[in-house]
Design a protein around this ligand. Sequence first.
Ligand code: ZN
Length: 300
Amino acid sequence: MNIHTNGSCPLCGGKHQTEYAYCTDNVISGESYSLLECKDCGLVYTANAPQDKQADKYERLEQKLKLGESPKGMTNMIHYMAREIMLRRKYKLIRKLTYKKRGTLLNYGAKTGFFSDYMIRRNWSVTSVEKFHQERQFALELFHHRMIDVKDMEFLRENTFDVVTLWHVLEHNNNPDALLTKFHKILKPDGILVMALPNINSTDAKYYKSNWAAFNVPRHLWHFRPSVIARVAKENGFIMMHRERMFFDPFYISILSEREMGHHFAFIRGFFTGLRSWWISLTSKDKSSSLIYAFRKQTL
Ligand SMILES: [Zn+2]
């Protein structure tokens, strides 16, 4: 499943594709990209996304915010508070899924290391992988936590980890199959893969259409819905065992969408659209703005 295909669907090889949305990168480049949907399997992906090293230029690196420093602006403030609450929820989820108080964890796409640090402080043995030097450096300065580069993953031993986490990471990766195969190898037989992903079937995605901020082109290459990520995981030896909503994402993404559209009262408008999306997701989990998925290794 490589993003750079010659016209056929990267997931099923199907030839029937239509334009799903036409999105503009409002964050970095101002460039526009078509999202294509495969009519055979439902995969949606970014067409003509920049390749490898070129793609790195479009990535937005984490702002350097020191511990205890208060963030500026309402949206940043919410982001900051939400992160604290989510760290706790992620920790609780991992304990619930693994039945373990402590264990071994690989945090892939660890960014500046907030989650890794949270788990280390709760006595988990954490290995963090981050491709950007700047973010690895930040983690080292802030948490004294040394992260490894993606290319150093070849040194990880098989059957080592209880959990692998990817918090909003897989949608950036140009070859999810290779990554999932690697995780399958390094996870213990009863190990668990946990991934958070935006959901194109969400109420807020349907409302904002091409302006939905979580399309985030060209940084997001894949635009998953629950059925498609289940299939991608299954083809790489994983079975979905759990899904759950991410509480803050409908609000955050809706406010961001309103902002990028240049609307007045973006915060208020986004808040109410987010509230509606959140409300609907209470009874329809698969319409959540983002979902956390947990997978077990399939017994062969
Ligand atoms: Zn397909």
